[in-house]
Design a protein around this ligand. Structure first.
Ligand SMILES: [Fe+2]
Ligand SMILES: [Fe+2]
Length: 175
């Protein structure tokens, strides 16, 4: 059985993952409106991944017979001054989530809740990838901020984050 402290913190994390989902939808819509389809589709895809993270956490709590709180979330930022700002916001968000995931692992360990500690391991690995993907992308958009087509070509060529399905990933609720 997961510890009460871990369950409370995981329920909060579900809210953070949904907030990340909403922020990525807002960024995708912004790029889509600017007719930057490659950047838009990257962020639409990232948004779906965040939604899956939330639903993986929901499934874990359901499997453990714990109470799931489906959260409301604060409104995302929707206005951006240039093509760099959304990516820089995304990188900050991924760094913050990494800290939150590490804090979840620390709570699980402090509580002697090894099952939850193991559950969190996949997210630790996932955050390493997401921070790396976003800092690569930040370098690209900073370098080419005056040549957006160069960024679009890079996205079309490299497909950052399009890693396909991961058999080690926890199952999202409803999948
Ligand atoms: Fe996430
Ligand atoms: Fe993420």
């Amino acid at each position: 059985m997961p510890s009460d402290a871990f369950v409370a913190q995981l329920n909060e994390q579900i809210g953070h993952e949904y907030a990340a989902h909403q922020q990525y939808v807002a960024i995708a819509v912004h790029y889509d409106a600017e007719t930057l389809p490659q950047l838009a589709s990257f962020f639409y895809r990232q948004a779906l991944e965040e939604r899956d993270h939330a639903m993986m956490m929901v499934q874990y709590l359901i499997d453990a017979d714990e109470h799931v709180i489906v959260p409301g979330v604060a409104a995302p930022q929707v206005d951006f001054k240039d093509i760099v700002e959304p990516v820089s916001l995304a990188l900050q968000q991924e760094r913050r989530v990494t800290e939150q995931i590490n804090a979840l692992a620390a709570t699980a360990r402090n509580e002697g809740d090894y099952t939850s500690e193991q559950f969190v391991q996949w997210f630790i690995k996932e955050q390493v990838e997401e921070v790396a993907t976003m800092s690569d992308l930040l370098r690209v958009v900073e370098r080419s901020r005056d040549d957006v087509m160069e960024v679009e070509n890079y996205m079309a060529r490299e497909q950052p984050g399009g890693e396909g399905s991961d058999p080690t990933a926890p199952k999202p609720a409803g999948a």
